[in-house]
Design a binder for this molecule. Structure first.
Ligand SMILES: [Zn+2]
Length: 99
């Protein structure tokens, strides 16, 4: 009587749609491809928003936001701290970001 449910429970999820969360089970590869194609036609902006280059835009890990002077400063602070065996940053080592 419950055999249908048991078989469903044993099905392995092969794909989960990142856009709508729908799960696809073994034997549904083609359905997944159709589903992805449907999204590609209808939800291009949502798909783009999932790309790392868009997720990171304007945030810390956006390569365009990289401040090499700031990086150099903190590398040298870290080196001094290790050498002197301290765990606190001195007030005069705090960097102001100068744009
Ligand atoms: Zn979907």
């Amino acid at each position: 009587m419950f055999s249908g449910a048991v078989i469903l429970g044993q099905k392995r999820v092969i794909h989960k749609c990142l856009l709508c969360g729908r799960e696809f089970y073994e034997g549904e590869v083609e359905a997944f491809h159709d589903h992805a194609a449907k999204h590609a036609r209808q939800d291009l902006d949502d798909i783009r928003a999932l790309a790392p280059s868009h997720i990171n835009k304007g945030k810390l890990f956006d390569p365009a936001e990289r401040d090499r002077d700031l990086e150099r400063h903190w590398r040298s602070v870290r080196r001094d701290m290790k050498r002197e065996g301290r765990t606190e940053v001195r007030p005069n080592e705090m960097a102001e970001r100068g744009d």
